[in-house]
Design a protein around this ligand. Sequence first.
Ligand code: SF4
Ligand code: SF4
Length: 350
Amino acid sequence: MIPEEIIEIPASLQRSQFLAAASVAGFQLAGAAPAAPMDDYPIYNQWVTGGLAGPMAYLADHRAPLRADPRSLLSSARSVLCLGLLYNTPGPAAPISRYAWGAGDYHDLLRHRLTSLVQSLEQVWGAFEYKICVDTAPLLERSLARLAGLGWIGRNTCLINQSSGSWFFLGEILTSVELEPDRPPPDRCGSCTRCVDACPTQALVPAPDGRWRLDARLCISTWTIEQHGALPAAHRSASGQHVFGCDICQEVCPWNSRAPFTAEPAFQPANPGYDLAELATLTPESFRQRFRHTPVWRAKYAGLMRNVATAMGNSGDPRHIEPLRRLATYPDAAISEHALWALGRLERIA
Ligand code: SF4
Ligand code: SF4
């Protein structure tokens, strides 16, 4: 929408209006970054051209260069409003990543909140051009969030807020309104290397510029969510008990030890636990009913059951032999192959 009238608002008032509206919309973190060429783009480009994105081809496709400048997505953009939505909840020790514990799709909630934030701001600023982005947009959102003062990018490659940790979904509003940019906070990782040391697959690797980056080809989250078909045997045993994602490098981070919890109903754990034997009984239909509107849907039925078979094989628990025998008869080649591999492991110790 083309603004009919630009309302002149003092920068400090504009900033406080933004922060107040962001809080009312339910965001715990908010800040503004300039819509300008991204200093981190060459690092990102090296990462994808070096093959470190692994099977996530969507990060390396024709949209990759758009990440060089947020104005690729909205040419009139002057600022990027960066928002953080806390998803941390107390919950089951789960083989499923924390961000996927809730019953709904966080993209929908995030988009809804960003939309209501735009509506609130239009009431005080007048109409402006904007584009709402959630994590599917080609944007270097962690770098922007750092520039907007939301946190620093830790050695675990996550955005970390000093008082609230890293369990955040990030969203952005590209806007034609120019806000005074926030300042990036200092990097507070110091000499800590807990995440690097705890990663079971050594997927956090040093970058040429001295920072750290994720080699997604080695990451359990990539294997269990993004990679389709049968996994190499070395990846199976290294996946441990994880059936969807991996949070180890965030769980060990000291900045998460006192991370607040959210009361947001959509993020509360939808299941009391994730028992492997129970997950192994899922049918395509019961999988659809339970996970259709959750992040787990991304792994698809075949991916989740493949991962359940792998986790059973890594459990050392002979009670999983019977369910694995059933999974070994599945028509999906990856599920049956992983189940046979898992059976081989458990029968050796039974
Ligand atoms: S998610 Fe897990 S496998 Fe991936 S880098 Fe973190 S600790 Fe390593
Ligand atoms: S575990 Fe330590 S090194 Fe890793 S992100 Fe947290 S503070 Fe930084």
